[in-house]
Design a protein around this ligand. Structure first.
Ligand code: ADP
Ligand code: MG
Length: 322
C-alpha cells in the first residue's frame, strides 16, 4: 500500500509492503496520523505547538513539554554543540525575518539581520528533564525545521516495525528512511536528487536497508531578487543564506534525525570543513556534491553500495575503507 499527503510543508509519501493490502492501508493512515500529531508538537507554523509555546514564553518562563519534544530538542541541542553551531535550532529569528518559502520573503536590512543574530545562541536554551520543561531566552525563537523531519522519520520507522511491517519506505520531502529490505528481497535503492537538475533526476543511487538517507541543498526552497538566489539554510554567523561551496550534502545513517541535522550542518560548513569533520567521524557516511555539480565526494564506507548514474560527474572517495 502507498499513501501520500501534504504535511510538514512538503509532500509525505509512505509505502508499506504487506501480504494483506487492506491492513497495509490501515497502518499507513495511522502512520500519517502520527505525522500530523508530531507536526502539531514541533511546528513553528502552528501557534499551539509545544515549540511555539516555548517561543511565546521566551524570556518569561519554562514551558511543560512532552517526552517527544524533549527528546527532539535535546538531540537538536546536542547536534548544535557537535557542529560548533553550524546547526543551530535557535535560527528561528532569521527564518522569520527572511520568510523564505512564504509570500513575504525579502532581503532584510543589515540592521534587521544584526538584531536577529543577537538572539541566536543555542546555549541559552535550557531543558529541565526532571520537570519536563524547556526555556528559551528573551527574543529567542526555536525552529526545528532542520531536524524534525528526520526525527519524525525515525519515529515512523519504529511505529511501522511495531505494526509488523517488514518492508516500508518513508519519504518526508526527500528525507528518506527505509524499514527492512525492498519487496524484492534486495536492499532498497534510493536515488539522490541531482542538486542542479529538475526534481526526480538522480545523480546516484545508494542501496540501504533499515537506514535513512537525507539530502540538504539550497535548491529546495529559495527566492530570487536582482538575479541573486537566497535559500533557506542559514549561516548563523552572518545571518545570510549560507554561501556554501557545496550544491548538496547527503548523509546515510541509522538515525534519520542525526542525518537530517548533519546534512544541514555540513552544507553550512562547506567542503573543506566538512571533509575535516567527516575524517574525524568515520561513522557519519556522507555524499558531497561541489557547487557546480562537477565533482562528488563519497565516504569510502559507502563504496560497495554507491553507484554514480551521472557519468559527467567526477567521483572521488574520502576516508578509510572500513
Ligand atoms: P529541508 O527542510 O529542505 O529538508 P534542511 O533539513 O536543511 O532542509 O532544513 C532547512 C530548515 O532548517 C530551514 O527551513 C530552517 O527551518 C532550518 N534551518 C536553516 N538554517 C539552519 C541552521 N543553520 N541550523 C539549524 N536549522 C536551520
Ligand atoms: Mg536538515
Amino acid at each position: 500500500s502507498e499513501l501520500e499527503g501534504y504535511k510538514l510543508g512538503t509532500v509525505v509519501r509512505l509505502a508499506v509492503y504487506t501480504k494483506d493490502e487492506k491492513r497495509g492501508g490501515l497502518i499507513l493512515s495511522e502512520a500519517m496520523g502520527e505525522v500530523s500529531r508530531m507536526e502539531g508538537l514541533f511546528s513553528v507554523n502552528i501557534a499551539s505547538s509545544e515549540v511555539s509555546r516555548i517561543n511565546a514564553a521566551a524570556g518569561r518562563e519554562p514551558v511543560k513539554i512532552s517526552r517527544e519534544t524533549m527528546e527532539l530538542l535535546e538531540r537538536a541541542l546536542y547536534m548544535a554543540r557537535e557542529s560548533g553551531g553550524a546547526f543551530d535550532p535557535t535560527v528561528g529569528p532569521l527564518v522569520a525575518l527572511w520568510g523564505i518559502g512564504t509570500e513575504h520573503a525579502k532581503v532584510p536590512s543589515a540592521e534587521e539581520i544584526k538584531r536577529a543574530l543577537s538572539y541566536i545562541n543555542y546555549s541559552l536554551v535550557k531543558i529541565d528533564k526532571e520537570n519536563s520543561s524547556a526555556y528559551a531566552a528573551s527574543g529567542q525563537r526555536i525552529d526545528l525545521g532542520g531536524i524534525a523531519k528526520g526525527y519524525i522519520a525515525d519515529k515512523l520507522s519504529v511505529f511501522l516495525r511495531g505494526k509488523g511491517a517488514a518492508s516500508a519506505l518513508i519519504d518526508l520531502g526527500g528525507n528518506l528512511a527505509v524499514v527492512g529490505k525492498a519487496p524484492s528481497g534486495e536492499p532498497w535503492r534510493l536515488g539522490l536528487q541531482h542538486p542542479l537538475k529538475p526534481r526526480g533526476e538522480y545523480f546516484a543511487v545508494v542501496s540501504a536497508s533499515d537506514e535513512s538517507v537525507v539530502t540538504s541543498g539550497p535548491y529546495e526552497r529559495y527566492f530570487e531578487k536582482d538575479g541573486v538566489r537566497y535559500h533557506h539554510i542559514f549561516d548563523t554567523k552572518t545571518g545570510y543564506p549560507a554561501k556554501s561551496d557545496l550544491a548538496s550534502v547527503s548523509v546515510v545513517s541509522k538515525s534519520s534525525a542525526d542525518a537530517d541535522a548533519y546534512c544541514t550542518a555540513l552544507f553550512v560548513a562547506g567542503f573543506h570543513k566538512s571533509l575535516e569533520f567527516l575524517r574525524l567521524h568515520p561513522d557519519i557516511k556522507a555524499v558531497l556534491v561541489s557547487k557546480d555539480g562537477s565533482s562528488v565526494y563519497v565516504s569510502s564506507a559507502l563504496k560497495e553500495r554507491f553507484s554514480l548514474r551521472d557519468n559527467s560527474m567526477k567521483l572521488s572517495f574520502y576516508g578509510e575503507e572500513r
